[in-house]
Ligand binder design. Structure first.
Ligand code: CTP
Length: 396
C-alpha cells in the first residue's frame, strides 16, 4: 500500500524510540523507502546502525555533517520525501515544531519543508497534559500537521494515562491514509466486524458463526480507497487487514464502547454479527456439574450498536448496516433498515444452504432509499469493493 512512497522518519529521543525500528520494517514491508533521521537524544535509545540496517538506507544525524551537505543538503533532504513522520514525537520536538526552532537537524528539516508531516507523540502523561504541550498540539493541528495518538496505557515510568506511542500497525494505517490519493482520502470510516463472544463463566462463552471475512474485506476496500479506517472487531477467524486502525473487542458492550470512542466518523459500516443477548449474571468461577442437574442461564438483551449510532447525536453522514436473514430476506431487511434508522442495508441470506456464513462468496441485496438492488453472486472482497465504491460516491 506504500509502493514507491518515500518517508523521512525523524526518530525523537524517548523510551518509545525502539518502536520506530519496528515501524521502519513495517513501512518497508508495505513498499515504502525509509530515510531515518535520529536526534541526539534518540541515539541514547536506538543506534544509528540499527536504524540504517533496517531501513537499508543512510541515517542522517547531524546538521553540520559536511559530507551529507555535499551529498544532499538539509533543504533537499526535507523536500525529497512524500511524507515526514516524527515518531516518537517528544514534548521537546513538538515545542520546537510549534515555535519554529531550527537548532538541530530534525527541527531544521521540519522548518525547511513543504512536505506533509505526521507526528506520533509519546511522552510522560503529565508532560502530555501540561498546558504548554496542549498549546503546542493545538498550534501543530492548526498548521495542518496530522497527529496520531498518543494512546492510553501504562507508561514506562509506571504512571497511567495518555502518552504511549500508538501501536506500530496503527501508525502504518495512519501513514497509508495520509499518503493515499484515493476518493476516500481524508474520510474517517468506522467498520465493525466479526462475532462477539458473550461469557458464561471464565471458560465458556456464547458466540455465532461469523468469520469476520466480509467486514475485514470491507475495511480493506475502504482503506484501499484512501479512507482512514477504524476497525472494531470481535474475535474473528481471520487476521485484520493492513492499513487500518484495529480495535479488538470481545463482547457487544465492549464493541459499543469502542465504537463510541471512535466517533466522529464520516461513515460507519456495521458488518459485525453482534450477539443479541448476553448472560445476565456471569459466573466468576467455572460452573461445575451437579449430579446431573442442568444449569439454567438467564439472558439480557445487548445494546443495538447500529441503532444507537444511527439514532445518536454524533451520527455519521452515512450509516450502513448488514442484515443476516434466513427467510423473507428483503422484507425483513427493509423493516430492519427502518427500525434501526440506517441509510443503507446490505441484506444477505444466511440460511445454511447458501454457505454464506463462513464461506468465500456472498449474494447480497443493497437496500437504500431508492429501493432494493440485487447484486450478482460475488466473492466477499468483490462485494466489499463494490460497496466501498458506492460509499465513496455517496460521500463525494
Ligand atoms: N447490530 C448491532 N448491534 C446489535 C445487533 C445488530 O450493531 N446488538 C447490527 C449488525 O452489525 C448489522 C445489523 O445490526 O449491521 C443487523 O444485524 P442482524 O443480526 O441482522 O439483526 P438483529 O438486530 O440481530 O435482528 P434479528 O436478530 O431480529 O434479525
Amino acid at each position: 500500500m506504500l509502493a514507491n512512497k518515500r518517508i523521512l522518519l525523524i526518530i525523537g529521543g524517548g523510551i518509545a524510540a525502539f518502536k520506530a525500528l519496528d515501524l521502519i520494517r513495517r513501512l518497508r514491508e508495505q513498499g515504502a523507502s525509509v530515510t531515518p533521521v535520529l536526534t541526539r537524544a534518540a541515539e541514547q535509545f536506538v543506534t544509528p546502525l540499527s536504524a540504517s540496517a533496517l531501513a537499508a538506507n543512510k541515517v542522517y544525524r547531524d546538521l553540520f555533517d559536511l559530507t551529507d551537505e555535499a551529498e544532499m543538503g538539509h533543504i533537499e533532504l526535507s523536500r525529497s520525501a512524500d511524507l515526514i513522520v516524527v515518531a516518537p514525537a517528544t514534548a521537546d520536538l513538538m515545542a520546537k515544531m510549534a515555535n519554529g526552532h531550527a537548532d538541530d537537524l530534525a527541527s531544521t528539516l521540519l522548518l525547511a519543508t513543504d512536505t506533509p508531516v505526521l507526528i506520533a507523540p509519546a511522552m510522560n502523561v503529565r508532560m502530555w497534559q501540561h498546558p504548554a504541550t496542549q498549546r503546542n498540539l493545538a498550534t501543530l493541528i492548526d498548521d495542518a500537521i496530522t497527529v496520531v495518538g498518543p494512546d492510553d496505557g501504562t507508561m514506562a515510568c509506571g504512571e497511567f494515562g495518555p502518552g504511549r506511542l500508538s501501536d506500530v500497525p496503527d501508525l502504518v494505517a495512519a501513514i497509508v491514509a495520509r499518503l493515499s490519493d484515493g476518493p476516500l482520502k481524508g474520510k474517517h470510516i468506522l467498520v465493525t466486524s466479526g462475532p462477539t463472544h458473550e461469557p458464561i463463566d471464565p471458560v465458556r462463552y456464547i458466540a455465532n458463526r461469523s468469520s469476520g471475512a466480509q467486514g475485514t474485506a470491507v475495511a480493506a476496500a475502504l482503506a484501499a480507497l484512501g479512507a482512514q479506517v477504524t476497525f472494531v472487531t470481535g474475535p474473528a477467524d481471520i487476521a485484520p487487514p493492513q492499513g487500518v486502525q484495529v480495535v479488538p473487542v470481545e463482547t457487544a458492550k465492549q464493541m459499543l464502547d469502542a465504537v463510541n470512542s471512535a466517533l466522529p466518523a464520516d461513515a460507519a459500516v456495521f458488518a459485525a454479527a453482534v450477539a443479541d443477548w448476553r448472560v445476565a449474571s456471569q459466573s466468576a468461577s467455572k460452573i461445575k456439574k451437579k449430579n446431573g442437574a442442568l444449569p439454567s442461564l438467564q439472558f439480557e438483551e445487548n445494546p443495538d450498536i447500529l441503532a444507537t449510532v444511527a439514532q445518536g447525536k454524533t451520527r455519521p453522514q452515512l450509516v450502513v448496516g448488514f442484515a443476516a436473514e434466513t427467510d423473507d430476506v428483503i422484507a425483513h431487511a427493509t423493516a430492519k433498515r427502518e427500525r434501526k434508522g440506517c441509510d443503507w442495508i446490505v441484506a444477505n441470506d444466511v440460511s445454511p444452504a447458501t454457505g454464506i456464513m463462513g464461506g468465500a462468496d456472498n449474494t447480497v441485496t443493497l437496500i437504500t432509499d431508492d429501493g432494493a438492488e440485487d447484486w450478482p453472486k460475488m466473492s466477499k472482497p468483490e462485494v466489499a469493493r463494490k460497496l466501498a465504491a458506492r460509499i465513496a460516491e455517496a460521500l463525494k
